[in-house]
Design a protein around this ligand. Structure first.
Ligand code: AMP
Ligand code: TRP
Length: 326
């Protein structure tokens, strides 16, 4: 069975866009791959932030994924900081990565512009990510488009290391985790719904109060026509609502158009709000149940035990390849 691995930063906000574009797909993947999913908490400290609440956010993130249908019997779930081999392997890989190639990473260029005092960790971030991936011989790494370059770097590092020291790592493939449905902002439907958006009225969060989510949908920007028709170019707002309705009900675009033929936008929005609220309420109920059950700690403990064993073997192989006294 092929191995799939992905990391998630514990940022605390998960949007309907994340759910439809990534989490739902993850839940399908778990049937096809030996899946590893971890909280990238060591990556979260590369940008200084006083209010990280890492422990709290890690528990919340895992609970939310479990609530969305990630099955801990099928997926190995762990926190990166609970596995010291990630940083150990990262150091060995750093000494086989080049200043030049890391300087060319888009994310580093973007984020380092924002502060004069950016950290060394921000610079070596992609190498830690390469260690995350290569330790487990991951075949497939689903990521958003912004992380694709980092997975490509992990490929380069793996190939380089294998050529220099002998076969050590599987060369991973990035896969884009948005398969088509990109969910757009409720206020500006020409831009992606994003957790970091300035106006949060455009962003539906999985943990929004249902009535708050309803208001955001009822106030969503639409056009001045009256037809529930899918036309991204001329009707981005309505097309986005059609996408949401379609993703949450499993109905095809044409079926949705047919269902709402002759309806006004108010009626359609009410229907979109109903299915959205239905979904987030279901997720929130499970989320609270999971958080209060002790399950998160159990899952993370089991994940740490399992992955430390795997990672230790890879770490020792890397040391051996590099010729360390052991
Ligand atoms: P991010 O929240 O940008 O870190 O993305 C996490 C995952 O969710 C990535 O796989 C993204 O491609 C996906 N994602 C984020 N926002 C959206 C959106 N508005 N629509 C669809 N997928 C999204
Ligand atoms: N850097 C990724 C992000 O911000 C998270 C991440 C860390 C990751 N290590 C990874 C993703 C390994 C995939 C594989 O989204």
């Amino acid at each position: 069975m092929k191995k799939m691995l992905t990391g998630l930063q514990p940022t605390g906000v998960i949007t309907l866009g994340n759910y439809i574009g990534a989490i739902k797909q993850m839940v399908e993947y778990q049937e096809q791959y030996d899946t590893y999913m971890f909280v990238a908490d060591l990556h979260a400290i590369t940008v200084p932030n006083d209010k990280l609440d890492l422990s709290e956010k890690t528990r919340s993130l895992i609970a939310l994924y479990l609530a969305c249908g990630v099955d801990p019997d099928k997926v190995t779930i762990f926190a990166q900081s609970n596995n010291e081999y990630h940083t150990n392997v990262a150091w060995m890989l750093e000494c086989n990565s080049y200043f030049g190639e890391l300087s060319r990473m888009h994310q580093f260029k973007e984020k380092s512009k924002k502060s004069e005092n950016f950290t060394a960790g921000l610079f070596t971030y992609p190498v830690l990510m390469a260690a995350d991936i290569l330790i487990y011989d991951s075949d497939i790494v689903p990521v958003g488009i912004d992380q694709k370059q980092h997975v490509e770097l992990a490929r380069d590092i793996a190939i380089r290391f294998n050529n220099k020291y002998g076969e050590t790592f599987t060369v991973p493939e990035p896969v884009m985790s948005v398969t088509g449905t990109k969910i757009m902002d409720m206020i500006d439907p020409t831009k992606k719904m994003s957790k970091s958006s300035e106006n949060q009225n455009g962003v539906i969060r999985l943990l929004d109060e249902p009535e708050v989510a309803r208001k955001k949908i009822m106030r969503a920007t639409t056009d001045s026509e009256m037809a529930v028709k899918f036309d991204v170019e001329n009707k981005p707002g309505i097309s986005n609502l059609i996408n949401i309705y379609s993703a949450l009900t499993g109905k095809k675009t044409e079926e949705v158009e047919k269902e709402f033929e002759g309806s006004n936008y108010g009626t359609f929005k009410k229907a979109v709000a109903e299915v959205t609220i239905g979904k987030i309420t279901e997720i929130q109920e499970k989320y609270n149940e999971v958080l209060n059950s002790g399950m998160v700690d159990q899952v993370l403990k089991a994940g740490a035990d399992k992955t430390r064993e795997i990672a230790k073997k890879k770490y020792e192989l890397v040391k051996q390849r590099l010729g360390f006294y052991m």
